[in-house]
Every structure is written in C-alpha cells, then in structure tokens.
Design a protein around this ligand. Structure first.
Ligand code: PLP
Length: 387
C-alpha cells in the first residue's frame, strides 16, 4: 500500500510526518452523501482543512460530491489550475476581487451586498452568482434589511445579462448544537430569503444552508445542496456521528536521556521530574502547530503507551516523559491519529488547548513533511492507468 504513497515532500523515518488517509476522506464523503437529501459540495478551503485541497477534492468528487467550495478566488483558481472542471463556488471576497478572472475561469461567486453585486455585474462576461444572506450570525452575508433590495438589483442585472443568479445561500451559527433555538430562526430566515428572491423574479436552482453539522442532524436544512468541509476530514461538529479522522502526525525521538528526580525541564523550568525517569525529545513545536497552551496537558503515544508532554512546548521541540521503561532514539511517537491504536486524537489535542479540532488540523505547519495515502478506489484507478 505504501508503495503507491505520494510524497509531496520526502518524509523519512528521521523526520516528523503528517500522513493523510484519503480512504478516510472517501468513507466520510460517502457517509455525508448518504445523509444529504441534495447535492454535496466539498468545501476544501484552507488547503482542504490542512489535508491538501486537491487531494481532498479529488477523493470527495470520486465518492459522492459533485461540486467544490472555497472562500477566496485564489483558492478557486488553484483548483482550476489543478484541473478540476466541476462547478466551484468562492464565497468570501472583497469588492475589488478579481471578478473578471472569476468569469474567465468559470468560478461562481457569492454576492453578499449591493456593492459586491455592482462589482460582479461590471466584470466582463456573465458570472454565475449565489446571493448570500446572513442567516443570523452577523458575519458574512447580506443583512435582512438589505436583502430585498439585493434580490431586486440582482434580478435587474440578470435581465441585462450581466449575471446569472444560480443560487441562494446562508450559513447557520449554532448547528453544532442542534437543540439551540438559533437553528430554527436561521431556517426561518433562510426560507424567507428564498421567498423574497422568488418574489423578485429570481429562480435560483441551488438553495443551500447546511454545513457538516446540519447535514448530519437536520434534514430541514438540506434544501438542494449541503456544503461540507469538516465532515470530509472526519470532524463532526455536532458530535452525533462517528466519522474517521484522516490525519496522523508522527515524529521520531531524536534524543532520549535518563534523568534524576527533580530535574527541571525546558523553558522557565516549568516542569520538574517527580522521580528518576527517561525524557524523550520530539522535533515538533508550536511552529509546527502544536498549541503551546497544551503544555503540561498533552500526551503522545510511544511503544503503545500514552506519555505526557512535560515542560513548555517550544517553537521546534517538545519533551516527553518516557517513564522508567524509556525508549530508543529513532523510535516513532504518534502525536495524534484516528484513535484506534490508543494514540491521542486531534479532538483530544483540541481539548487540551481549549479549542476545536478544526484549529488543530488546519494549524500543522508547512515544515512538516506530508505523505498522502490514496483511497483504495483511487489506487485502483492509478494502477489501471499504468497498464
Ligand atoms: C467553512 C464553511 C462551510 C463548511 O463548514 P463545515 O462545518 O466545515 O462543514 C460551509 N459554508 C460556509 C459558508 C463555510 O464558511
């Protein structure tokens, strides 16, 4: 299996390594596609949540997704450069973004304001747009007070053939807690927004509100399409569904030393050993995405045993208490992984750092070499191609 692994930067056993399991992405996509009543848009913003945008996109499209979504136009253009021909939507752009290039490269854009509409309509070509309503987060999307005017102006622009309104989109602020009343208000506002668009004469084929959590918990949010990102890589913000984490972070012990009780460890001597023990050094630190705030709480797996991170997490390195047993320099520690082998998960690291898994997996630094394990289906395609 590893024979077909694609190393984007060479990883040897003497370096840290981030392994991305596209088989997990494939199975997660399937599970999400089975739940969604409409189409599935694979959201691969932020380099596919740190897993590699093109790899996640290719895998998701082969297992049930039909479209791609990103925030910036630059991300969308990179996907076009990588050869993706499916519809791509970009939803977070300043008014002076390169909308002419979006038209040339056939990238759909979300329009959250009259100013954006004017900029998009002024671009040569006829951009396909999704009107974006704020469903109650006071974040991106048009204010309800501006929505009717936006729909009417979009209809006029459509009649002039300056744009084609192909979608209406919203986003829920509390979908990770399905019981929160904010969800009902978001659904109601979205239904109202679609009605206003219709009353203005628009016929948006795509109506999309749900991200991963709502896709997994509330069919009333599904409409014609779900936009899922976190779920593809094994994160369920609602905590209701077992998905498979797709990322494993490992590192070799670069040094192991025997120390006496009372030995101070690391910057500020923030830790002192309580007994004679072995200390192991891993070449990963906060510059590689290990949250410094997880110092003295985090654990890693060495020889099948959880071992505590001791002292402060440094920029480039951490110290692990290996106990009386110790280990040899060169042995591999698992920092986090999918979990069945007993290694910590990204979710545990998130808890140690007081954050969410998304921040852990998107935070792994570019210095860490990556290995991508292909999904079985894609491996079969690759070997057919070689014959
Ligand atoms: C990131 C994002 C998504 C994907 O959300 P997940 O919870 O990761 O599935 C969907 N829609 C918008 C507008 C987003 O910004």
């Amino acid at each position: 299996m590893t024979g077909l692994a694609v190393a984007t930067r060479p990883a040897t056993t003497s370096t840290p390594r981030l392994t991305v399991d596209l088989g997990a992405v494939a199975r997660n996509t399937r599970a999400l596609a089975d739940r969604a009543s409409g189409e599935l848009m694979a959201v691969v913003k932020a380099d596919g949540f740190g897993h590699g945008a093109a790899d996640v996109a290719r895998t998701a499209l082969a297992h049930g997704a039909t479209r791609l979504g990103v925030t910036s136009l630059a991300e969308a253009f990179a996907l076009r450069d990588a050869g993706f021909v499916v519809p791509i939507l970009s939803w977070l752009n300043p008014v002076d973004a390169d909308f002419p290039a979006a038209a040339v490269r056939d990238v759909e854009v979300a329009v959250p304001s009259l100013a954006h509409l004017a900029a998009v309509a002024a671009a040569p070509g006829k951009l396909r747009i999704h009107l974006h309503v704020d469903a109650g987060m006071a974040r991106d999307g048009a204010e309800p007070t501006e929505w009717t005017a936006l729909c009417r102006a979009a209809r006029r622009a459509e009649q002039r053939s300056d744009v084609a309104v192909v979608g209406v989109m919203g986003h829920l602020g509390c979908a990770d807690d399905p019981a929160d009343a904010c969800n009902a208000r978001g659904r109601t506002r979205f239904a109202w927004a679609v009605e206003v668009a219709r009353a203005a004469g628009l016929r948006p084929r795509e109506r999309h509100l749900a991200a991963t959590a709502a896709t997994l918990t509330d069919p009333r949010t599904h409409h014609t399409m779900s936009r899922v990102g976190a779920g593809l890589v094994g994160i369920d913000p609602s905590g209701t569904t077992a998905l498979e984490p797709a990322m494993t972070l490992t590192a070799p012990l670069v040094q192991v030393r025997r120390v006496r009780a009372g030995t101070p460890v690391g910057y500020g001597h923030a830790h002192r050993t309580s007994r004679a023990t072995h200390l192991g050094l891993l070449p990963l630190g906060y510059a590689d995405g290990l949250p410094r705030v997880a110092s003295e709480r985090a654990e890693v797996l060495v020889r099948g045993v959880r071992r505590p991170v001791v002292g402060r997490i440094s920029m480039d390195q951490v110290v692990v208490d290996l106990g009386a047993e110790g280990a040899q320099a060169g042995e591999i520690a698992t920092v986090f992984g999918p979990g069945p082998d007993g290694a910590p998960t990204a979710a545990e690291w998130a808890a140690w750092a007081g954050t969410i898994e998304h921040e852990v997996v998107t935070g792994i630094g570019a210095r860490v070499p990556r290995v991508v394990r292909a999904a079985a289906h894609l491996r079969a395609l690759a070997s057919e191609g070689r014959r």
